[in-house]
Design a protein around this ligand. Structure first.
Ligand code: ATP
Ligand code: MG
Length: 276
Protein backbone atom coordinates (compact mmCIF):
# COMPACT_ATOMS: atom_id res chain seq x y z
CA UNK A 1 0.00 0.00 0.00
CA UNK A 2 2.92 2.29 0.83
CA UNK A 3 3.98 3.34 -2.63
CA UNK A 4 0.47 3.86 -3.90
CA UNK A 5 -0.40 5.96 -0.87
CA UNK A 6 2.79 7.94 -1.45
CA UNK A 7 1.81 8.51 -5.06
CA UNK A 8 -1.66 9.59 -4.05
CA UNK A 9 -0.32 11.96 -1.42
CA UNK A 10 2.22 13.40 -3.84
CA UNK A 11 -0.40 13.97 -6.52
CA UNK A 12 -2.77 15.54 -4.04
CA UNK A 13 -0.04 17.84 -2.72
CA UNK A 14 0.92 18.89 -6.19
CA UNK A 15 -2.70 19.25 -7.19
CA UNK A 16 -2.04 17.05 -10.19
CA UNK A 17 -4.32 14.55 -11.89
CA UNK A 18 -6.32 12.82 -9.19
CA UNK A 19 -5.05 9.30 -8.75
CA UNK A 20 -6.72 7.00 -6.30
CA UNK A 21 -6.98 3.40 -5.27
CA UNK A 22 -10.26 1.82 -6.18
CA UNK A 23 -11.72 -1.18 -4.42
CA UNK A 24 -12.66 -3.47 -7.27
CA UNK A 25 -15.67 -4.57 -5.24
CA UNK A 26 -17.38 -1.28 -5.96
CA UNK A 27 -17.97 0.47 -9.24
CA UNK A 28 -15.51 3.29 -9.80
CA UNK A 29 -17.29 6.33 -8.49
CA UNK A 30 -16.11 9.88 -8.21
CA UNK A 31 -19.44 11.57 -7.62
CA UNK A 32 -18.82 13.35 -10.89
CA UNK A 33 -20.05 10.34 -12.83
CA UNK A 34 -23.62 10.92 -11.77
CA UNK A 35 -23.52 14.19 -13.67
CA UNK A 36 -22.25 12.60 -16.87
CA UNK A 37 -18.85 12.78 -18.52
CA UNK A 38 -15.99 14.61 -16.86
CA UNK A 39 -14.93 17.84 -18.45
CA UNK A 40 -11.77 17.28 -20.48
CA UNK A 41 -10.81 20.91 -19.96
CA UNK A 42 -10.84 20.55 -16.19
CA UNK A 43 -8.82 17.39 -16.40
CA UNK A 44 -6.27 19.00 -18.68
CA UNK A 45 -5.77 21.85 -16.22
CA UNK A 46 -5.18 19.44 -13.36
CA UNK A 47 -3.52 16.63 -15.23
CA UNK A 48 0.01 15.51 -15.72
CA UNK A 49 -0.71 13.06 -18.50
CA UNK A 50 0.93 12.98 -21.88
CA UNK A 51 -0.26 15.42 -24.56
CA UNK A 52 -0.41 12.28 -26.74
CA UNK A 53 -3.66 11.52 -24.97
CA UNK A 54 -5.26 13.45 -27.80
CA UNK A 55 -8.80 12.61 -26.78
CA UNK A 56 -8.20 14.97 -23.84
CA UNK A 57 -5.47 17.29 -25.01
CA UNK A 58 -6.95 17.99 -28.44
CA UNK A 59 -10.62 17.01 -28.19
CA UNK A 60 -11.51 18.84 -31.40
CA UNK A 61 -8.75 17.25 -33.46
CA UNK A 62 -9.22 14.77 -36.26
CA UNK A 63 -7.42 12.14 -34.13
CA UNK A 64 -9.87 12.59 -31.25
CA UNK A 65 -12.75 12.34 -33.69
CA UNK A 66 -11.34 9.10 -35.08
CA UNK A 67 -11.27 7.63 -31.58
CA UNK A 68 -14.94 8.54 -31.19
CA UNK A 69 -15.66 6.64 -34.39
CA UNK A 70 -13.67 3.64 -33.16
CA UNK A 71 -15.50 3.85 -29.85
CA UNK A 72 -18.91 3.79 -31.52
CA UNK A 73 -17.89 0.85 -33.67
CA UNK A 74 -17.07 -1.07 -30.51
CA UNK A 75 -20.14 0.02 -28.57
CA UNK A 76 -22.51 -0.55 -31.48
CA UNK A 77 -21.08 -3.43 -33.49
CA UNK A 78 -22.80 -4.53 -36.68
CA UNK A 79 -23.42 -8.06 -35.43
CA UNK A 80 -24.95 -6.71 -32.20
CA UNK A 81 -22.56 -8.49 -29.82
CA UNK A 82 -20.41 -6.06 -27.85
CA UNK A 83 -16.85 -7.20 -27.23
CA UNK A 84 -15.94 -6.50 -23.61
CA UNK A 85 -12.34 -7.63 -23.43
CA UNK A 86 -10.35 -6.03 -26.21
CA UNK A 87 -6.66 -6.37 -26.92
CA UNK A 88 -4.66 -3.86 -28.93
CA UNK A 89 -1.68 -5.19 -30.82
CA UNK A 90 0.36 -4.70 -33.98
CA UNK A 91 2.88 -6.66 -36.02
CA UNK A 92 6.01 -4.75 -34.99
CA UNK A 93 7.12 -2.52 -32.09
CA UNK A 94 6.36 1.17 -32.02
CA UNK A 95 3.32 1.14 -34.32
CA UNK A 96 1.10 2.99 -31.82
CA UNK A 97 -0.53 0.25 -29.70
CA UNK A 98 -0.25 2.18 -26.44
CA UNK A 99 -1.35 5.39 -28.15
CA UNK A 100 -4.46 3.66 -29.51
CA UNK A 101 -5.23 1.62 -26.37
CA UNK A 102 -4.99 4.65 -24.06
CA UNK A 103 -6.93 7.04 -26.26
CA UNK A 104 -9.61 4.46 -26.96
CA UNK A 105 -9.94 3.65 -23.25
CA UNK A 106 -10.34 7.34 -22.38
CA UNK A 107 -12.77 7.88 -25.22
CA UNK A 108 -15.04 5.04 -24.03
CA UNK A 109 -14.73 6.05 -20.37
CA UNK A 110 -15.88 9.59 -21.10
CA UNK A 111 -19.26 8.28 -22.21
CA UNK A 112 -22.23 8.33 -19.88
CA UNK A 113 -22.52 4.66 -19.07
CA UNK A 114 -19.31 2.80 -19.71
CA UNK A 115 -16.75 1.77 -17.12
CA UNK A 116 -13.32 0.98 -18.51
CA UNK A 117 -10.32 -0.81 -17.08
CA UNK A 118 -7.15 -0.20 -19.09
CA UNK A 119 -4.61 -2.95 -18.42
CA UNK A 120 -0.96 -2.73 -19.40
CA UNK A 121 0.07 -6.26 -20.38
CA UNK A 122 3.37 -5.16 -21.88
CA UNK A 123 6.03 -6.32 -19.45
CA UNK A 124 8.83 -5.34 -21.85
CA UNK A 125 8.17 -1.67 -22.57
CA UNK A 126 5.23 -0.70 -20.36
CA UNK A 127 4.19 2.87 -21.14
CA UNK A 128 0.48 3.16 -20.30
CA UNK A 129 1.40 4.83 -17.00
CA UNK A 130 3.33 7.51 -18.90
CA UNK A 131 0.36 8.28 -21.10
CA UNK A 132 -1.71 8.85 -17.97
CA UNK A 133 1.00 10.38 -15.79
CA UNK A 134 0.62 7.88 -12.96
CA UNK A 135 3.01 5.93 -10.77
CA UNK A 136 3.91 2.49 -12.10
CA UNK A 137 5.75 0.87 -9.24
CA UNK A 138 3.26 -1.97 -8.75
CA UNK A 139 0.69 -3.47 -11.05
CA UNK A 140 -0.40 -6.62 -12.86
CA UNK A 141 2.93 -8.34 -12.22
CA UNK A 142 2.52 -7.96 -8.46
CA UNK A 143 -1.03 -9.28 -8.64
CA UNK A 144 -0.07 -12.36 -10.65
CA UNK A 145 3.14 -13.20 -8.78
CA UNK A 146 2.68 -11.86 -5.26
CA UNK A 147 -1.12 -12.07 -5.15
CA UNK A 148 -1.42 -8.40 -4.20
CA UNK A 149 -5.17 -7.66 -4.17
CA UNK A 150 -6.43 -5.77 -7.19
CA UNK A 151 -7.99 -3.10 -5.01
CA UNK A 152 -4.47 -2.11 -3.91
CA UNK A 153 -3.25 -1.86 -7.49
CA UNK A 154 -6.02 -0.43 -9.65
CA UNK A 155 -5.89 3.33 -10.06
CA UNK A 156 -8.87 5.54 -10.55
CA UNK A 157 -7.80 8.24 -12.96
CA UNK A 158 -10.45 10.87 -12.41
CA UNK A 159 -11.00 10.78 -16.18
CA UNK A 160 -14.59 9.72 -16.66
CA UNK A 161 -15.01 6.17 -15.48
CA UNK A 162 -11.52 5.06 -16.37
CA UNK A 163 -9.41 2.93 -14.05
CA UNK A 164 -5.96 1.65 -14.87
CA UNK A 165 -3.84 -1.33 -13.94
CA UNK A 166 -0.22 -0.73 -14.86
CA UNK A 167 2.17 -3.57 -15.70
CA UNK A 168 4.22 -3.14 -12.52
CA UNK A 169 7.65 -4.78 -12.34
CA UNK A 170 9.19 -6.14 -15.52
CA UNK A 171 8.88 -9.89 -15.95
CA UNK A 172 11.71 -12.12 -17.15
CA UNK A 173 9.18 -14.55 -18.66
CA UNK A 174 6.22 -12.47 -19.82
CA UNK A 175 4.55 -14.98 -22.12
CA UNK A 176 4.56 -17.70 -19.45
CA UNK A 177 3.16 -15.24 -16.94
CA UNK A 178 0.36 -14.21 -19.30
CA UNK A 179 -0.39 -17.86 -20.08
CA UNK A 180 -0.70 -18.69 -16.37
CA UNK A 181 -3.82 -19.71 -14.52
CA UNK A 182 -3.42 -16.55 -12.41
CA UNK A 183 -3.82 -14.42 -15.54
CA UNK A 184 -6.91 -16.34 -16.65
CA UNK A 185 -8.39 -15.95 -13.18
CA UNK A 186 -7.60 -12.25 -13.20
CA UNK A 187 -9.44 -11.69 -16.49
CA UNK A 188 -12.39 -13.80 -15.40
CA UNK A 189 -12.61 -11.81 -12.19
CA UNK A 190 -12.56 -8.37 -13.75
CA UNK A 191 -14.88 -9.47 -16.53
CA UNK A 192 -17.48 -11.10 -14.31
CA UNK A 193 -17.48 -8.62 -11.46
CA UNK A 194 -19.17 -6.01 -13.66
CA UNK A 195 -21.01 -6.73 -16.82
CA UNK A 196 -20.83 -3.08 -17.89
CA UNK A 197 -17.03 -2.86 -17.74
CA UNK A 198 -14.84 -2.76 -20.82
CA UNK A 199 -11.34 -4.10 -20.46
CA UNK A 200 -8.80 -2.67 -22.86
CA UNK A 201 -5.50 -4.53 -22.94
CA UNK A 202 -2.33 -2.92 -24.21
CA UNK A 203 -0.10 -5.65 -25.56
CA UNK A 204 3.24 -6.33 -27.22
CA UNK A 205 3.90 -6.70 -30.96
CA UNK A 206 2.55 -9.97 -32.31
CA UNK A 207 5.33 -10.65 -34.79
CA UNK A 208 8.24 -10.33 -32.39
CA UNK A 209 6.85 -11.60 -29.07
CA UNK A 210 4.66 -14.52 -28.02
CA UNK A 211 2.49 -12.53 -25.59
CA UNK A 212 -0.08 -11.18 -28.04
CA UNK A 213 -0.82 -14.68 -29.31
CA UNK A 214 -1.22 -15.94 -25.75
CA UNK A 215 -3.54 -13.10 -24.80
CA UNK A 216 -5.60 -13.43 -27.98
CA UNK A 217 -7.09 -16.62 -26.54
CA UNK A 218 -8.70 -14.79 -23.63
CA UNK A 219 -10.06 -11.71 -25.36
CA UNK A 220 -13.35 -11.10 -27.16
CA UNK A 221 -11.68 -9.20 -29.95
CA UNK A 222 -8.50 -7.58 -31.20
CA UNK A 223 -7.72 -4.14 -32.57
CA UNK A 224 -4.78 -4.38 -34.89
CA UNK A 225 -2.68 -1.23 -35.37
CA UNK A 226 -0.76 -0.68 -38.58
CA UNK A 227 1.62 2.26 -38.70
CA UNK A 228 2.23 3.85 -42.07
CA UNK A 229 5.28 2.47 -43.87
CA UNK A 230 6.37 0.40 -40.91
CA UNK A 231 5.62 -3.33 -40.96
CA UNK A 232 6.07 -5.23 -44.21
CA UNK A 233 2.83 -6.60 -45.65
CA UNK A 234 3.98 -10.18 -44.98
CA UNK A 235 4.55 -9.42 -41.27
CA UNK A 236 1.04 -7.96 -40.99
CA UNK A 237 -0.46 -10.94 -42.81
CA UNK A 238 1.45 -13.43 -40.64
CA UNK A 239 0.34 -11.69 -37.44
CA UNK A 240 -3.30 -11.63 -38.49
CA UNK A 241 -3.18 -15.30 -39.53
CA UNK A 242 -1.63 -16.28 -36.20
CA UNK A 243 -4.05 -14.23 -34.13
CA UNK A 244 -7.02 -15.49 -36.12
CA UNK A 245 -8.73 -13.31 -38.70
CA UNK A 246 -12.12 -13.78 -37.05
CA UNK A 247 -10.78 -12.33 -33.80
CA UNK A 248 -9.82 -9.01 -35.41
CA UNK A 249 -12.46 -6.37 -34.63
CA UNK A 250 -10.80 -3.81 -36.79
CA UNK A 251 -7.56 -2.46 -38.14
CA UNK A 252 -6.43 1.03 -37.14
CA UNK A 253 -4.23 2.68 -39.73
CA UNK A 254 -1.90 5.00 -37.88
CA UNK A 255 -0.66 7.73 -40.18
CA UNK A 256 1.94 8.87 -37.68
CA UNK A 257 5.47 7.63 -38.32
CA UNK A 258 7.93 7.30 -35.49
CA UNK A 259 11.61 6.41 -35.77
CA UNK A 260 12.41 2.76 -35.16
CA UNK A 261 15.55 3.51 -33.16
CA UNK A 262 15.40 2.48 -29.55
CA UNK A 263 13.17 -0.53 -30.13
CA UNK A 264 15.71 -3.07 -31.35
CA UNK A 265 17.42 -3.51 -28.01
CA UNK A 266 14.16 -4.68 -26.40
CA UNK A 267 13.30 -7.16 -29.10
CA UNK A 268 16.71 -8.12 -30.48
CA UNK A 269 16.48 -11.86 -30.04
CA UNK A 270 12.93 -11.87 -31.42
CA UNK A 271 13.91 -10.00 -34.56
CA UNK A 272 16.35 -12.82 -35.22
CA UNK A 273 13.91 -15.54 -34.32
CA UNK A 274 11.04 -14.25 -36.44
CA UNK A 275 13.18 -12.94 -39.25
CA UNK A 276 11.74 -9.41 -39.38
N1 ATP B 1 -1.02 8.96 -34.09
C1 ATP B 1 -0.03 9.36 -33.32
N2 ATP B 1 0.14 10.67 -33.05
C2 ATP B 1 1.16 11.11 -32.28
N3 ATP B 1 2.08 10.30 -31.73
C3 ATP B 1 1.97 8.98 -31.96
C4 ATP B 1 0.91 8.45 -32.76
N4 ATP B 1 1.07 7.11 -32.82
C5 ATP B 1 2.17 6.83 -32.10
N5 ATP B 1 2.71 7.95 -31.60
C6 ATP B 1 3.93 8.04 -30.80
O1 ATP B 1 4.87 7.10 -31.34
C7 ATP B 1 5.58 6.45 -30.29
C8 ATP B 1 5.31 4.95 -30.36
O2 ATP B 1 3.90 4.78 -30.08
P1 ATP B 1 3.43 3.73 -28.99
O3 ATP B 1 4.27 3.76 -27.78
O4 ATP B 1 1.98 3.91 -28.84
O5 ATP B 1 3.77 2.40 -29.82
P2 ATP B 1 3.66 0.92 -29.31
O6 ATP B 1 3.19 0.14 -30.48
O7 ATP B 1 2.88 0.86 -28.08
O8 ATP B 1 5.18 0.58 -29.00
P3 ATP B 1 5.74 -0.72 -28.25
O9 ATP B 1 5.79 -1.79 -29.28
O10 ATP B 1 7.08 -0.33 -27.75
O11 ATP B 1 4.78 -1.03 -27.15
C9 ATP B 1 5.12 7.07 -28.99
O12 ATP B 1 5.97 8.15 -28.69
C10 ATP B 1 3.73 7.60 -29.34
O13 ATP B 1 3.33 8.65 -28.53
MG1 MG C 1 3.32 0.09 -26.22
Amino acid sequence: MGKISDALEKHQKENKLKVDRVPLGQPVSSGREKLGPSSPTEIIKAGKYSPKLVVLSAPDSMDAENFKILRSQILFPKDGKRPRVIMVTSALPGEGKTFVASNLAVSIALGFDEYVLLVDCDFRRPTVHRMLGISASRGLHEHLIEHVPLEDLIFKTGIGKLSVLTAGSPSPNPSELLASRAMRNFLEEVKNRYDDRYIIIDSTPAQVTAEANVLSQYVDGIIFVVMAERAPKEAIQRSIDNLGKDRILGVVFNGYNQSYRGYRKYYKRYYKQYGV
